[in-house]
Design a protein around this ligand. Sequence first.
Ligand code: AMP
Length: 495
Amino acid sequence: MPCEPDGKQNNPKEPVQSEPIHLQSDHPKEECGIFGVYGVELASGLIHRGLFSMQHRGQEGCGIVVSDGDRVRSHKGPGLVSEVLTEPTLLRLTGDRGIGHVRYSTTGSTRIQNVQPLVVECVDGIWAVAHNGNLINADKLRRMYQDAGAIFQTSTDSEVLVHILADPMFRRRPQRVARALEELRGAFSFLIMTKDCVMAARDPHGFRPLSIGRLGDGYIFASETCAMAQTGAEYIRDVEPGELVTVDETGLHSSIFADPVTNKAHCVFEMVYFARPDSVVFGKNVHQVRMQYGSWLAKEHPVDADIVIAVPDSGNSAALGYSRESGIPLDFGFIRNHYIGRTFIMPQADKRAAGVDLKLAVVPEVVRGKRVIVVDDSIVRGTTVRHRVAWLRSAGAIEVHVRISCPPVAHPCFYGIDFPTSEELIAGGQSVEEIRKFIGADTLGYLGEEGLLSPFGNPNDYCKACFSGEYPLEVGGMGDKNRLESLNPELPFRQ
Ligand code: AMP
């Protein structure tokens, strides 16, 4: 069946032919959102809406693939959902099933080929794949297929899945997708589509979220439940860790593709920063968890002050929690420009530096002459908070007390959150007191690990490697965040 990359000439952002091509896998660290639909008329409009509501999960590129059961059509490109998925494009993408993806990556791979969903034509038809997470054995698998003559089109870790699916040894197997997923190590929430069905799978540790919803007679899959609410779908449940869910004309079918692990490894940073406050992630409402973090912070790091302010939007919920617990009034000391996107999320450092000033403005009348507690979600490199403390002082704040609603981020993430190397992480080499001096705050207090895990019934089911350095899935030899080596021995199917 033909796959039609749709509407290319209409998108001014399409890549030029002269773009440099690097066939080496450079394993971009990707933060992503995925959304899928089965059995709903005009699926592309719904996917557009779902992706739009998850724009915070990735702003560098996006794409949609749909099928009407006969033809598969796709469109993707660099940029925001509103820029790439325009009305004429959506109207051409006809079909009642499809998957979509929003993406951000830093490691030099902003090229169009890496924008998902990946769409390939296999001997038995078209396969499309959208991935959220990071595969830690991708290099090994890639080398193996390249040695055997395979040609990779992208530098994403996700592409290894389509090569496994196309591998004759897997094609001929019953439960081919489940067997292919078994070969993957690391963090993955996948949406997979053929012209006939949509599949959703989550790695056995459940690092990244993925939920299932119902819309009329159809089904919806989304990284975050906020996308369910915004498409009128009703949330049913999460895809379970190690589960493969398939929806086709016979309905929804579930199978388990991996042995259960003793402890799950849900990413706690989804709660701290990444997910939207109106989402329910890993069974918990994100806003309420952040409020609890703020309340713990107030107990762990009290200070006499006149007002609590948030760094919007990421610090809003925790600031409210801090204010309620401490009895210190909350005020709006920073105003955010909502039309700039998340500055950190821009790929190049120069863009980041330029974006910092545009994103937030201080309200001098709120902070002048006040002892201010400023609450933010996290410190990564330490540059943005340093600027903000300086602005508060120049606007007349007489004291600035910084409160951070997570512990110091001291270790890189290998499971799908984009953090720099330990050397670039300010907490990778500096004590809290050194960081306080660097950012110029009067006091600095981070949430402790106990508070971080306090909202959850079973704290052992959460990955907190970026704080503790204890990686739930072995990432041996990965001192460099771009060198992915699994300790997993040789793959069984090639022995
Ligand atoms: P900085 O300390 O200057 O590197 O920036 C830290 C801020 O960036 C935090 O307050 C968050 O709001 C935001 N942030 C933290 N982690 C990430 C991430 N992985 N991707 C994008 N933004 C992030």
